[in-house]
Design a protein around this ligand. Structure first.
Ligand code: IDP
Ligand code: MG
Length: 153
């Protein structure tokens, strides 16, 4: 099933000069980029994005962190994109993230774990709508899809 999912390269990814390498992982996997931008997030927006965590003890720190520098927001599309991207990102706590995942290869701290990725279809819908206007998302054919998704696609 073709899905769309929201990914953020968080402030630590931008500040650590890892944007290109993180984007390359998703691009090489074959996922289609349908939206991409640099964005600066204010407190009110961050609180909406992380609303499900409002009652958590780490909420304040999380909001402060995500507003501390621009982030890269992207929308990726592909078969089972939500699960594929979550698997590529790895476990929330980097010491539990498998080698080969972004967090398992590049991060050590739970608060600074480089990436956000939607965790399910409803979250993805909500987050895409929050971060991107319809006109900022692009539908376009790629010749490589024949080789990435199979001859029927
Ligand atoms: P996820 O990013 O893997 O989906 P969530 O549980 O949705 O993880 O938490 C959102 C973000 O909040 C995490 O990526 C991490 O940056 C931060 N966070 C989660 N748990 C903790 C914690 O126990 N201490 C500090 N920060 C946390
Ligand atoms: Mg989450």
């Amino acid at each position: 099933m073709t899905e769309r999912t929201l990914v953020l390269i968080k402030p630590d990814g931008v500040q650590r000069l890892l944007v290109g390498r993180i984007l390359a992982r998703f691009e090489e996997r074959g996922l289609r980029m349908v939206g991409l931008k640099l964005a600066s997030v204010d407190r009110e927006f961050a609180e909406r994005h992380y609303a499900v965590h409002r009652e958590r003890p780490f909420f304040e720190g999380l909001v402060t962190f995500i507003t501390s520098s621009p982030v890269v927001a992207l929308v990726l599309e592909g078969p089972n994109a939500i699960a594929v991207v979550r698997a590529m990102v790895g476990a929330t706590r980097p010491h539990e993230a498998a080698p080969g995942t972004i967090r398992g290869d590049l991060a050590l701290d739970t608060g600074q774990n480089l990436v956000h990725a939607s965790d399910g279809p409803e979250t993805a819908d909500f987050e895409l709508g929050l971060w991107f206007a319809p006109g900022e998302l692009f539908d376009y054919p790629r010749d490589a899809d024949r080789w990435i998704l199979g001859p029927e696609r």
